[in-house]
Design a protein around this ligand. Sequence first.
Ligand code: SF4
Length: 149
Amino acid sequence: MILISACLVGQNVRYDGGNKLNNELKSLVDQGLAKPICPEILGGLTIPRNPAEIVGGDGFDVLKNKAKIIDIQGNNVTDEYINGAIKALDICKKMKCKTLILKSDSPTCSSQSIYSGKFNGSKKQGIGIFAALLIKNGIQVYDEKNYKI
Ligand code: SF4
């Protein structure tokens, strides 16, 4: 089974209540070959919610307690993001999922780059908290630009 970021298959789970529909990925769900997942919702975050960025590093650093996830109003939402990533990993393991296609640039899902933590639209190399947890558990992560099925 393949897991795909829910926002990529048209579910309105993004912080702004929108989605980032990718029709090719949605067709995998429609054919029963993949299922959607949204770690931030699993972590108890609401729709809509404040946008958040990783400050002081990337997802690996958050897992090492060396960086935090802060929303645009300055609230520390690290625990919610970690909880969601742990719950999503658990689902992934129970489903024996070997392939994940996750949204780029997200503080949770991204596997290439993330926003800088300065809330000015700039990005930096690094990965999100869920992607980091998956990689630590030996699970391959793709995004919507580089996936292979
Ligand atoms: Fe949810 Fe990941 Fe999409 Fe963010 S990028 S809305 S955490 S599925």
